[in-house]
Design a protein around this ligand. Sequence first.
Ligand SMILES: O=P(O)(O)OC(CO)CO
Ligand SMILES: [Mg+2]
Ligand SMILES: [Mg+2]
Length: 294
Amino acid sequence: LHAPRTPHAAMADWTDCLDFGISLAKQASEAVLTAFNRQKEVKLKSSPADLVTETDQRVEKMLISAIRKRYPQHRFIGEESVAAGEPLELTDRPTWIIDPIDGTVNFVHRFPFVAISIAFTVNKQTEFGIVYSCVEDKLFHAQRGRGAFLNGEPLHVSGQEDISRCVVVTEIGAERDDLALSTLTSNIFRLLKLPVHGVRALGTAAVDMCQVATGGADAYYHIGMHCWDIAASAIIVKEAGGVVTDTDEFDMMSRRVIAASSSSVANRISQVVRAFPCRRDCGGAPGANGGAAL
Ligand SMILES: O=P(O)(O)OC(CO)CO
Ligand SMILES: [Mg+2]
Ligand SMILES: [Mg+2]
């Protein structure tokens, strides 16, 4: 089902793809839970804290082969396929952006927050996102213009506008060089000094960001993640009434994101948090790799 820029394609609502994605996320969750308590063979990727297991690779292959069989024209950006050398390219074609296990370090350690994250874009616009937090058995999803849901119940952000009353979620990530670590820790220091009510990190960007959609947290920011970590949860936050930004408009390839309950909270975080340079996932944008404020 190729979707060129035609009025017909503009009218497509992609619900069939969403339903299929949800059924696959449930199957993938079973595979993740079966392996959760078992011994894992762990390999390193970009750093000593960037891990992959056989389950990450197997789940991604299962998802992609099932989707490809049903939608042969569709394209993919998958974390483990990119790690294996596949190009990371977002085109106008219908594209599935997949993180087979978001929270692999948690998975390896049996820390109980791991998720399957699936986003779907057409003409580079996200049409829906699915985040399945497997151990919690929480299925988050959102479709463009149709709201966000947790296990079928509508989601709403907190609406908090005062940063000093916020719980802010972030991730430490896998970067371990001095500049990244000092930037990360000084960002947390500055937020705590505002003060905010608390800073949290669950170990999965997808689930972290979904906390903003539920109103359980008021904001999330992250530097250094990849598009597959946050593409699905970004539309979930947006459809729950939240704000998703970068320095300017949200750009899922920039490796920076702020998701917040209100634009005033997003702006305040943007003033406080500094970014360290990260190579974009794909495409180019002026100043995208600079060390400017997030
Ligand atoms: O476990 P993954 O997919 O590498 O993702 C991490 C990125 O830091 C957690 O979101
Ligand atoms: Mg991830
Ligand atoms: Mg992953």
